[in-house]
Design a protein around this ligand. Sequence first.
Ligand SMILES: [Zn+2]
Length: 262
Amino acid sequence: MIGIIGGTGVYEIVELGEEIVYKVVETPYGPSPEMSIFQLHGKEVVFMPRHTLGHAKPPHMVNYLSNIWSLKKMGVEKVIATNAVGSMDESIKPGDFVVPHDFLDFTRMRKGTFYDDRTVHIDVTEPYCSQLRDILISSGNVIGNGVYVCTEGPRFETAAEIQMFRQLGGTVVGMTGLPEVILARELEMCYSSICTVSNYAASISPSKLTIDEVFEVVENKRKDLIRILSDSIKKIPSDNLCECENTLDGAEVDNFLEPEDL
Ligand SMILES: [Zn+2]
């Protein structure tokens, strides 16, 4: 089963499918948003509106744990997330698509793990699924590399912050990519993101940032994004060429004393 996490602008992917069923699942972290389950290219797909329907929750209030747990509970093995981002690179323009290969996490107040009563240190040398990234890159005119910087929000960044992120190697900046990618990895799911560049980041942009500008670009690029998602779903093979499903191997500290240690 394939999961798509997106904002309301990506809802059209559901309309391409057949036999749509709506479902809310319960999790230890609260109920999921209403998900749409449908068939597309002979595959079962779940669409999850990250902010719930109607963009009700701002990025710092999204229940990332419930969202990812819900997808896992539904049987999702592969997740494609969509994110709107600001570009910190003059050569990457509003309207471009970026598939990040790494991230810098500048969130501050979000719970970022499922493992509070077990000591689990997952490897994130390659945080995004290589196989899903290759499929997304081959499905459209996208920039196949970039470092995603996640800020806490909901405010935009200062000019000094953007200069710092650039010096640290950041390519694009957004507010929703973390801890989503980490939580998916902790549950051994494949996860990749496709980012729509909606604006230049502060100080790269010649003018004040407005949310109208963000929505206008996302709206204009919506059809292209839906096509990339649809093509990618078609191309996803049933066999895995990645190691995502083995993420927990060697990640957990053994908390229990062996009998000979007692
Ligand atoms: Zn994978």
